[in-house]
Design a protein around this ligand. Structure first.
Ligand code: C5P
Length: 240
């Protein structure tokens, strides 16, 4: 299999068409962006680290019965994935209040939510990825009511699997973002990536609110040691 032509360049990955029509090749980049790409930088080694973490998590989820786009990794920063049409939604699951939830509601950072919260954001950089209501989502024809139910169900299942997994690694899963797509037979697959770029992960061995951060918040908030934190997540993920 060889990469033929670039299909799309995103903020963290480049997607290539291959000589197999149903398979794309994703190159994970070291580039880091935050705040809708207003902040840009590089995290050395991030492409390989995130590719390895995402690969591990996709395989874990597949074993637990979650259909994903993952096939394999032909190189450390490359992932072969099933071609899907991405549903233009960011599905965010939250277990603990942080980030935009705190900014928009006044909830204190670190408040444990009584139940996991599932939110849908429109994947549209020009509009700043606005939070959607279910009715707005249906109004915009982004998914059918059945698909919305399935997205919600899958997101909650994935959350349970990941909470348990990260818990075994000594990491608290605060929140994370998922993207889904439809394959050529209209099956809904988990797509994009799951990594410290797309999750908030807190080290259970640290109580200090800044020291415990092992995810992209280190980059967003200039906390330093970003690559170190990503490496630590990888080491923990691979060892449990
Ligand atoms: O910023 P906010 O609190 O809404 O982010 C919730 C979760 O979704 C965080 O883990 C963040 O890293 C992730 N996210 C993402 N990509 C976005 C927006 C949020 O990975 N465009």
């Amino acid at each position: 299999m060889s990469q033929i032509q670039q299909l799309y360049e995103g903020k963290a990955k480049i997607l290539y068409i291959t000589d197999e029509p149903e398979i794309l090749l994703a190159h994970y980049k070291d580039d880091a962006t935050a705040f809708n790409a207003q902040k840009r930088g590089k995290i050395t080694g991030k492409g390989e680290i995130n590719c390895a973490i995402a690969s591990h998590l996709f395989q874990l989820l597949e074993r637990e019965g979650i259909p994903t786009h993952y096939i394999d990794c032909p190189a450390p920063n490359q992932m072969r994935v099933k071609r899907v049409k991405i549903i233009p939604l960011e599905v965010v699951v939250r277990n603990i209040a942080a980030g935009s939830l705190c900014q928009q509601t006044g909830l204190p950072v670190g408040k444990i939510l009584p139940n996991p919260l599932v939110e849908f954001y429109l994947k549209d950089d020009a509009l700043g990825d606005p939070l959607l209501t279910r009715d707005r989502l249906l109004l915009l024809d982004l998914a059918t009511p059945e698909q919305v139910n399935l997205l919600q169900e899958e997101a909650l299942k994935i959350n349970q699997i990941l909470i348990a997994f990260f818990g075994r690694c000594g990491i608290t899963l605060v929140d994370f973002k998922l993207e889904f797509g439809l394959d050529s037979s209209q099956e809904m697959l988990l797509a994009d990536e799951i990594s410290p770029d797309t999750c908030r992960l807190w080290n259970q061995a640290e109580t200090d609110p800044d020291k415990r951060v092992m995810d992209k918040d280190r980059f967003r908030r200039d906390l330093g040691n970003v690559e170190d934190a990503y490496q630590q997540v990888l080491a923990k993920v691979l060892s449990c």
